[in-house]
Ligand binder design. Structure first.
Ligand SMILES: Cc1ncc(COP(=O)(O)O)c(C=O)c1O
Length: 395
């Protein structure tokens, strides 16, 4: 009998297992909560979620339920057909007003926003310049665009400047970067990137996925914090992280938004998200506007925890945010540590390739406004206990 045509998959999975890279699905059996989450039957203090402002579990429910009874659930069609409804339009206006931009376009996810925007802005005759640590959705957008892609070393402005100088013979050029890097918690050199884009007459797209709702005087993100919003042509944000909801958006000029509504394939060829979801996001935006103490408290706590961890000898890399990595290196050691933390009732995910480069596996501590001082102390105590064992663990 011939070998099953899919037998190679089991071989590949086995190879992943041997390299400590096989992932397994787990099932959450409780709402997303910082203080406690039930995963596969066990309760943990949760340091794994992007629910930075503590909105995901119950703060948006009432708005969602009230809208749902009027709108129904499914949207039935792509936005350009009949899927875009009143609350979608209202949310786009609210996002544009919040972001101080001319217009906004709502996508079903942040992933779709990035893939769609990059591929709509660059084509075969163009070049994209992409930070080596950009999120997979930007990378996939670069690949889909068919443009020449130049990956510059992480946050290396001199290297990017040299690439822009040496590769001028393209129809259009686009620089793409995360503002807050999702695994390392560090920040892109936004003012320098904006200056380079201007100097070389390139477009600049900044993905604020993890910064929306957390950074900036009004919570708009790091472009606001660094005062470069007007120099960034395309700003992407998510509703799925600090805003505790689901969806992604792009803000910018009216013509940019109209172009994306025509040409971003992840927008055009995909069903609009349920209308009621927009009510949840509108409520989240209201909370971001009216309760700045959530983000202030979060960032103060994060600064405190980073200092404590550094003092105890952990390498937290260049984190300047609520995302705090513990740099470990080998995937096996990383997963051993994650397992030992789980045994102590603490959920801190181990991050391995392909989410990070080979040799850069890490534990990703993700803080939320909803974490209590007690759970941070609990985390520090557990890490202190593990440190001695960890120093004896094989690399
Ligand atoms: C930097 C970055 N951009 C975009 C996304 C995608 O956003 P979403 O989860 O809403 O699809 C993520 C999600 O992990 C991310 O980390």
């Amino acid at each position: 009998m011939t070998r099953d045509a899919l037998a190679w998959i089991d071989d590949e999975l086995e190879a992943l297992e041997k390299r400590g890279l096989r992932r397994r699905l787990s099932t959450r059996e409780s709402p997303q909560g910082a203080a406690s989450i039930i995963l596969d039957g066990r309760s943990y203090a949760n340091f794994s979620s992007n629910d930075y402002l503590g909105l995901a579990s119950d703060s948006l429910n009432a708005a969602l339920a009230a809208a749902l009874s009027k709108t129904g659930w499914g949207s039935g069609a792509s936005p350009l057909v009949t899927g875009r409804a009143t609350l979608h339009a209202r949310l786009e206006q609210a996002i544009a007003a919040f972001e101080g931009a001319q217009a906004a376009l709502l996508f079903s996810t942040g992933y779709a926003a990035n893939v769609g925007a990059v591929a709509a802005l660059a084509g075969k005759e163009d070049a994209v310049f992409s930070d080596a640590k950009n999120h997979a959705s930007l990378i996939d957008g670069c690949r889909l665009s068919g443009a020449a892609v130049f990956v510059y070393p992480h946050a290396d402005i001199a290297a990017l400047a040299a690439l822009l100088r040496d590769h001028g013979a393209f129809r259009r050029r686009l620089i793409v970067t995360d503002s807050l890097f999702s695994m390392d918690g560090d920040i892109a050199p936004l003012p320098e990137l904006a200056a380079l884009a201007e100097h070389y007459n390139a477009m600049l797209l900044v993905d604020e996925a993890h910064a929306t709702g957390v950074f900036g005087t009004h919570g708009r993100g790091l472009c606001e914090q660094y005062g470069v919003e007007d120099q960034v042509h395309v700003r992407v944000g998510t509703l799925s992280k600090a805003l505790g909801s689901l969806g992604g958006f792009v803000v910018g000029s009216r013509s940019l938004i109209e172009w994306l509504a025509n040409r971003a394939r992840s927008y055009v060829f995909s069903t609009a998200p349920p209308e009621a979801m927009a009510a949840a996001a509108l409520e989240a935006l209201r909370i971001v506007r009216e309760e700045p103490q959530r983000r202030h408290h979060l960032l103060e706590r994060a600064a405190w925890l980073r200092d404590e961890l550094r003092r105890e000898g952990w390498n937290v890399g260049r984190s300047e945010s609520q995302i705090i990595p513990l740099m470990i290196g080998a995937p096996q050691t990383t997963m051993q540590l994650a397992g030992a933390l789980r045994q102590r009732g603490l959920l801190v995910p181990g991050i391995r390739p392909p989410s990070v480069p080979e040799g850069e596996s890490l534990l990703r501590i993700s803080l939320s406004y909803a974490h209590s001082a007690k759970s941070l102390e609990q985390l520090l105590t557990a890490l202190r206990e593990l440190r001695n064992n960890f120093e004896r663990m094989p690399p």
